[in-house]
Design a protein around this ligand. Structure first.
Ligand code: PPS
Length: 295
């Protein structure tokens, strides 16, 4: 979709110490006062961890496996993105006001920025975590195709910014650890991208249970198929191709890029991997969180 759109490649802006896409930060007043409802379901992730995949799974489960109903609209309309704002394109907070309950809401916010009413209402939340190295590679490609981000620079430069938490939404390490800790006290189903790749049926079953939906084996099989990488890649209602090119330019890198675990090996040099691991060990010390970087 062609659209002239807002100024491209703006620098990130900080909200309470967390860097965000400039347009998102400029809508912060609206996000901060957002009123969650007790029956809202929140899908939260650090960027590039499998948000769209989980959103498609949840929407299809809530429609009892009716995949035609899942094609009623684009994923960013079915599952609005809370803090999203790009002038003249879309604004998550406005979409959500008019959406009837039960709403499914996407966010990438770290716990300290999530509007308080989600915690006060004890909303159900699904968090998807993906290993830090594959996220870095996916994010690098996304920065190139989504021009609401600053220029990513070279892979070497981007990786350094990512390790320093100087990318939109800040530190991956703080994000996954923050949500992991919250899981002790709140209704959070914490899942891993790599587990979903390994056995989607098993992981989708967990989601069904969490949503208190018992749909039977045939329906489950059908959801696994409908939400597989290849099927989603070809589904215009799931692959973001309907979003204006001023926001995402799929000719640079498609949103549905590879969808695998372990692609980082094609990008990290031996030296980068060594430095990344040392930094990772320091930042993840003391947590029980374990990630798989390959299957
Ligand atoms: S975003 O922009 O942060 O909301 O992106 P997000 O949806 O979280 O992550 C995009 C990456 O997830 C991959 N993806 C999938 N992988 C496997 N199976 C399915 N069905 C699927 N759907 C999306 C997508 O390809 C991005 O990862 P990369 O590694 O770039 O391919």
């Amino acid at each position: 979709m062609e659209k002239e759109g807002p100024a491209q490649r703006p620098e990130l802006k900080y909200i309470h110490g967390v860097p965000l896409i400039k347009y998102f930060a400029e809508n912060w007043d609206q996000v901060e006062v957002f009123k969650a409802r007790p029956d809202d379901l929140l899908i939260s992730t650090y960027p590039k961890a499998g948000t769209t995949w989980m959103s498609e799974i949840v929407d299809t489960i809530l429609n009892n496996g009716d995949t035609e109903k899942s094609k009623r609209d684009a994923i960013y309309i079915r599952v609005p993105f809370l803090e999203f704002e790009v002038p003249e394109v879309l604004k998550g907070t406005e979409q959500l006001v008019d959406l009837p309950s039960p709403r499914v809401i996407k966010t990438h916010l770290p716990i300290e920025l999530l509007p308080q009413t989600f915690w006060d209402n004890n909303c159900k939340m699904i968090y998807v975590a993906r290993n830090a190295k594959d996220v870095a590679v996916s994010y690098y490609h996304f920065y190139q195709m989504a021009k609401v981000y600053p220029e990513p620079g070279t892979w070497e430069e981007f990786l350094q910014k990512y390790m320093d938490g100087e990318v939109s939404y800040g530190s991956w390490h703080n994000h996954v650890k923050g949500w992991w800790e919250k899981k002790q006290k709140y209704r959070i189903l914490y899942l891993f991208y790599e587990d979903m790749k390994e056995d989607p049926k098993r992981e989708i079953r967990k989601v069904m249970k969490f949503l208190e939906k018992d749909l039977g084996e045939d329906v489950l099989e059908n959801i696994v198929h409908h939400t597989s990488f290849q099927v989603m890649k070809e589904n215009p209602m799931a692959n973001y191709e309907t979003i204006p090119t001023c926001v995402m330019d799929h000719s640079i890198s498609p949103f549905m890029r590879k969808g695998i675990a372990g692609d980082w090996k094609n990008y990290f040099t031996v030296a980068q991997n060594k430095a990344f691991d040392a930094d990772y060990t320091r930042k993840m010390a003391g947590t029980g969180l374990r990630f798989r970087t390959e299957l």
